[in-house]
Each structure stands twice: as C-alpha cells, then as structure tokens.
Design a protein around this ligand. Structure first.
Ligand code: DGL
Length: 281
C-alpha cells in the first residue's frame, strides 16, 4: 500500500479497531496468538503461518527476509495496526532489515526484545540457558543481549533444530518427543542452569514436557505470554487497544500441513478455518 494512502486511510478510520497481525513459519506463532487472545480478548487477530517455507531455522537470512517482507506487506494490506514477528529466527537474524522495511507503515514488534527486557524484572539467576533454532543460536542475539543487561550472568545456548519440525509433525507428549527433548536437554552445555529461555515460539507447545524433564527445578520462560504482555503495553501506551466490536480472527497458511489445523484447534479451543494463500507466485 502506498504510504500516503495508508496515512489517509488511518486518519479516516479508528485505528484501535484495526487487527493485530502475527506471523511465524508455522504453528509456533500460535503460542503467541493464543496468549494475545487470552490477554487481549477484544483484539482481532490475523495470523499467517508460512508452512510452505518452514522451518526457517536453517534457511539463509536472505530467504527469511524475502518471506518475512511479503508476509509483512500482506498483513499491512489487511490493515493491521501492528505486525508482530512471532518467530525468534526472524527476530534474531533479519530484524534490523525487517524493522526498517515496515516500521514507517505499521508498528513492528519482535519476540526477542520483550523476553530480554523481562529478565531485568525477573528473579536474578546465575546461569541462563537458551534453546532455539540453529539460526537463532548462531546469530548470538540472545547471549549478546542478555550480557548487555545482566553482565554477570553465565549464558549457555544450544541449538535444538529437531524440536520445531517435531512439533509441526504433531509429535508432542509421546515417547518420541520425550526422547528428543531428553537428548537435547542433557547436553553438557546446559548443565547447572537455573532458568531456560524457550528461544523459539514453537517450544511453549512442549513447555510442560520440558518442565517435567527438569523435575520443576528450572524456571522455563514462556516467551509467548511475555510477548503478548509487551504487545498490550505498547497498544495501551499508544491508546490503540480495541474496544472490541466485530472481532473476526483469520488464519492464513501458505501450504496445507496435516497438523496445523489440529494444533490451532488446541490453542483456540475451537475449530478454526484455515485460508491457504500463496504470496510468492
Ligand atoms: N517458531 C520459529 C522460531 O521462533 C521458527 C522455527 C522454524 O521455523 O525453524 O524460531
């Protein structure tokens, strides 16, 4: 959409009633969308799961940026007042470029900044573990940003690339997922951590399995809820909270996958209808 037209459109409509756009490579961002639904029941959500291109965790930054820009345009064309990149891989590898691309036209938010900010307010611990996709961990974004605000903390990061595809394939709360989770979390890198950041929005789906692995002795940070709280504070401070008329959530995917609908149904406690759209043709 042309910038001038957006400003004109925005001036002519009540901006607070515009939807919140949320995207991820697949079901992961649904953890954030569902937290937004619980915390901000009056907001309309437009969700995009780029299931044709997942996982993002091992794609090149150029490809991730290309996918993210198209999705951002799509959400802006759907008049979203906010575009929330509910994907740590996007948030840690291509955020500066994506922010530059979208921030003049909408409010652009990621999921990494709120989690880092929340560490200042949380109980201070000595040793923080982070798990995420290869891209997220290799970017160094978590360790760099945690060190900036908690210079004395020890930070140990581990790439856990099988977890997102495992979740997308519906392997949760079963022997296979327990074995994979155990294999990753028993790595010597994570020995002795007091807190574990789930640096991938897919992982809250298996948060209880992870908590159980640690026998409830390690705090497992739910980044989805933190991102939703951050969104609420941004909308509040800009007087953009919706007062809730005509709520009509929409869920778009770029390709059909067997489990997307099922997992979405679990998060939203109802059968949701999925709209397939190819933004890249
Ligand atoms: N949910 C995403 C993240 O937070 C992406 C996982 C993937 O597609 O590899 O990183």
């Amino acid at each position: 959409m042309h910038g001038g037209f957006l400003l004109f459109y925005t001036a002519m409509t009540d901006r607070s009633s515009m939807p919140v756009g949320i995207f991820d490579s697949g079901v992961g961002g649904l953890t954030v969308a569902s937290a937004v639904r619980h915390l901000l029941p009056d907001e309309t959500i437009i969700y995009f799961g780029d299931t044709a291109h997942l996982p993002y965790g091992d794609k090149s930054p150029g490809a991730i940026l290309h996918y993210s820009k198209k999705i951002t345009d799509f959400l802006i064309d759907h008049k979203c007042k906010v575009v929330l990149a509910a994907c740590n891989t996007v948030s840690s590898t291509v955020w500066d470029e994506l922010y530059g691309y979208s921030s003049g036209r909408t409010i652009a938010l990621n999921v990494l900044d709120p989690v880092i900010e929340s560490l200042v307010h949380g109980i201070q611990v000595k040793h923080i573990g982070v798990i995420g996709t290869k891209n997220t961990i290799n970017s160094g974004a978590y360790s760099r940003n945690i060190k900036k605000i908690l210079p004395d903390a020890e930070v140990s990061c581990l790439a856990t690339p099988l977890l997102a595809p495992m979740i997308e394939e519906g392997f949760i709360y079963d022997d296979i997922s327990n074995a994979i989770i155990r294999a990753y979390l028993s790595a010597s890198t994570l020995k002795g951590i007091d807190k574990l950041i789930l640096g991938c929005t897919h992982y809250p789906v298996i948060r209880n399995q992870i908590i159980k692995y640690y026998d409830f002795k390690v705090e497992v940070v739910d980044s989805a809820m933190i991102a939703a709280e951050y969104l609420r504070s941004i909308l509040e401070s800009r007087e953009l909270l919706s007062s809730g008329s005509d709520k009509n959530d929409r869920f778009f995917i770029s390709d059909h996958t067997e489990y997307f609908g099922k997992i979405a149904g679990i998060f939203f406690d109802k059968k949701i209808s999925l709209e397939k759209i190819d933004l890249w043709k």
